[in-house]
Design a protein around this ligand. Structure first.
Ligand code: 4NP
Length: 181
């Protein structure tokens, strides 16, 4: 039987250790991935939602931090394009997001940052500071069908380009996740 003072000491020790774990890298065992496109309203939100959905289906969502962001500032604070959320809904994926712009800290924080096309990759490489940890990857380079550039459907007047973008994201995200197992 513990005395009241022993119990209090144990409680204190657990609390201090818990705070130490929370504030140290010991709790940061998640892998992290950030999807980037120009506006963060079409391609990168679709990629983020697809990546989350695949992880959820595999029971692996708790092991990953997943986010998306824009290279440009035009749409910051807004919602993804309605056509993007419609395509996701067509595939039974619910997704909610607020547009944000990529920051210097993202290059220190995320393990992987994915761009959708060569312009995105140039933008990422231009912003990356020496010593940042993120690995920069063209998402389509993971596509087993070899389609390297994710379709940009922003200027389209129908849904076909969004469906194409969705299917490319499914193939590339699936292959990347499987490469990480
Ligand atoms: P996203 O599409 O980069 O896939 O989100 C675009 C969004 C906005 C613009 C271009 C592409 N824009 O020119 O505003």
């Amino acid at each position: 039987m513990r005395t009241a003072s022993e119990s209090a000491t144990l409680y204190l020790a657990y609390t201090v250790f818990g705070e130490f774990v929370k504030n140290s890298n010991m709790s940061q065992t998640k892998k992290s991935v950030l999807f980037i496109c120009l506006g963060n309203i079409c391609r990168s939100p679709i990629a983020e939602a697809v990546f989350r959905h695949i992880l959820e289906e595999k029971g692996l969502l708790h092991e990953w931090e997943v986010d998306s962001a824009a290279l440009g500032s035009w749409h910051v604070g807004g919602r993804p394009d309605r056509r993007a959320t419609k395509i996701l809904r067509n595939h039974d994926i619910d997704f909610s997001h607020r547009v944000r712009q990529i920051t210097e800290d993202d290059f220190k924080h995320f393990d992987f940052i994915f761009g959708m096309d060569e312009n995105n990759m140039r933008g990422l490489n231009d912003q990356k500071l020496p010593g940042s940890k993120s690995k920069l990857i063209l998402l389509g380079s993971c596509d087993p069908q070899g389609e390297r550039i994710i379709r940009d459907p922003y200027y389209d007047d129908n849904d076909a380009g969004f469906e194409k973008c969705y299917q490319q994201c499914v193939r590339s995200c699936t292959a990347f996740i499987e490469s990480q197992l």
